[in-house]
Design a protein around this ligand. Structure first.
Ligand code: RP5
Length: 163
């Protein structure tokens, strides 16, 4: 890892079909001024690509990896097995089981190889970006300030009384 202050976030997903959810990660990170790189990597369709990515992730200055996957959703766990960079898993809402399959698969990692699991679908995608920004903010005061401001605006946007 070259520079603790300028760590990037890797956004990876198992399929093009995951991008409609995972593009929200990009949107939030852009808003917070966090650098990122987005890639399609499938644990089962492109295992070599996954191995190359995960084994070079530290050298490539990634500080957090966000992995979105649906169905049996082994991508986040497999990447986590190959690197000690924190991996956040976004369970994609699958067609048949509405993402419950993805959620259980990502959350139920056996001890020893952790994956921080977010909510299913869009909420999870957005929160994964906020959590990744929090991790990067530990060593980056500019991003910490942007994150604090984001929270402030969110609080201000909540009306006191319902209409
Ligand atoms: C997983 O299979 C992907 O993460 C995706 O959510 C799911 C379905 O992929 P496609 O059949 O749409 O390519 O690997």
């Amino acid at each position: 890892m070259k520079n603790n202050k300028n760590l990037k976030v890797a956004i990876v997903m198992g399929s093009q079909s995951d991008y409609k959810t995972m593009r929200l990660v990009e949107k939030v990170l852009k808003n917070l001024g966090v650098s990122f790189k987005t890639l399609i990597i499938s644990a089962h369709r492109t295992p070599k690509r996954m191995y190359d990515f995960a084994s070079k992730a530290k050298k490539n200055n990634f500080g957090v990896i966000i992995a979105g996957a649906g169905g049996s959703a082994h991508l986040p766990g497999m990447i986590s097995a190959l690197t000690t960079i924190p991996v956040l898993g976004v369970p994609i809402e699958s067609k048949k089981l509405k993402g419950l399959d993805s959620l259980l698969s990502i959350a139920q990692m056996p001890k020893g190889i952790p994956v921080g699991t977010l909510a299913i679908g869009e909420d999870g995608a957005i929160n994964s970006a906020l959590l990744a920004a929090s991790i990067i903010a530990n060593n980056n005061s500019k991003i910490r300030m942007k994150l604090e401001n984001w929270r402030l605006l969110q609080s201000r946007s909540v009306k006191k009384r319902p209409k």
